[in-house]
Design a protein around this ligand. Structure first.
Ligand code: PLP
Length: 367
């Protein structure tokens, strides 16, 4: 095939570094894999049963683009209690990723700037490129706290939106209420859309979760079932925000994803009633084990949520350190996958206790 057929924009989209790590893992025999960004628990049984029942009952056709009315109503009721906004609508999306794509494509014009906090979830920059925009990275090193003053310094007349992710992938940092509020108020004052990626919001270990939508009615929130319910392959998420923006996103969904998978939406109705306490407690214990094992030998900003830790490589670049880790059968992700810098590495502790023990207690001592 003629290479010239491939669009220019694809040259700016690099194959994910995480996928490269997975490729390397394939050649390793029984690797200690601390690279995977998804829960190690399975979909809760009642949600599985609801998906199977939906298939058996013949709910296999397209749903309406906005998503099943019952699922939307359940989410809307929760949003009304939490925020009490007069104009906050819900759109069921194909995962949080689907909501991010629809949101970014609905607001970004060619040449517009999107502020992302570095380190960032890689998809943000690629979606900015897809929309014809330019992502501007605002450094949060060394403590990874989101700082409204640093964000404000990066705002230009072309800035269209800021993307916030708390609890954070890859750092595990949970922004405080004061930090979130400062960003929410900054975006309102400067008339910029704030997109809040809340896919890890169930996983906060030390403090309650805070959403910027509490202080800014125009915030677009993207959220999803993948991480909370172990449903990463079911592609179920939702976005909520001002109805004008949600309408535009629904229009784009109609001509792209069409709808989120029907059986997953039926399962989502059931999943929302489930108690995630045991899963969160288990991950808090794993977080404590990781911090206890690494605290003395690594420079580590204490992770407070999600299921990641982001320590500084004790020698060399993070890529060199991760390559050496592979030689010791340990798979971790170098920070340059998430950042302009190659100084830190990501550990995912969403693994069984034996793997975690082998990884953080045995292997790190050898590298
Ligand atoms: C910060 C962040 N946002 C969004 C996603 C995508 O989630 P989903 O499976 O709901 O599309 C991920 C998945 O790794 C993530 O880490």
């Amino acid at each position: 095939m003629n290479d010239a057929w491939i669009a220019e924009r694809m040259k700016h989209i690099d194959a994910s570094g995480i996928r490269k790590a997975f490729e390397m893992a394939k050649s390793m025999k029984d690797p200690i894999n601390l690279s995977i960004g998804l829960p190690d628990f399975d979909v809760p049984a009642p949600a599985k049963a609801a998906a199977i029942a939906a298939i058996e009952a013949g709910h296999n056709a397209y749903t309406v683009t906005q998503g099943l009315a019952e699922l939307r109503a359940k989410i809307q009721a929760d949003l009304d209690t939490r925020f009490g906004h007069s104009d906050r609508d819900v759109l069921i999306t194909a995962g949080t990723s689907g909501g991010l794509l629809l949101g970014i494509c609905s607001v970004v014009n060619p040449g517009d700037e999107i502020i992302v906090l570095d380190p960032y979830f890689g998809m943000y920059r690629h979606l900015a490129t897809l929309a014809g925009g330019v992502s501007v990275a605002v450094d949060t090193y060394p403590d990874f706290r989101p700082d409204a003053a640093r964000v404000e310094a990066a705002i230009t007349p072309r800035t269209r939106c800021v993307v916030l992710n708390s609890p954070n992938n890859p750092t595990g940092i949970v922004a405080s209420e004061a930090e979130i509020r400062a960003l929410a108020e900054l975006c309102r004052r400067r008339d910029i859309l704030l997109i809040s990626d809340e896919v890890y919001r169930s996983f906060c270990y030390d403090q309650p979760f805070a959403s910027p939508a509490s202080w800014n009615e125009d915030v677009l929130v993207v959220d999803g079932f993948s991480k909370a319910y172990g449903m990463t392959g079911w592609r179920l998420g939702y976005a909520h925000g001002p109805s004008r923006l949600i309408q535009e996103m629904a229009k784009l969904q109609q001509f792209s994803f069409v709808c989120a998978p029907s059986m997953a939406q039926h399962a989502g109705i059931v999943a929302l009633d489930l108690d995630l306490g045991p899963q969160v407690d288990a991950y808090r214990r794993k977080r404590d084990a990781v911090v206890a094992a690494l605290r003395d030998d690594f420079d580590l900003a204490t992770p407070e949520g999600a299921f990641y830790a982001f320590p500084r490589a004790p020698w060399g670049t993070a890529s060199e350190f991760a390559a050496e880790a592979i030689r010791h059968n340990l798979l971790i992700i170098p920070g340059n996958v998430f950042s302009q810098y190659d100084t830190h590495f990501r550990i995912s502790y969403a693994v069984d206790d034996k793997t975690l023990h082998r990884g953080v207690l045995q292997s790190f001592g050898l590298i």
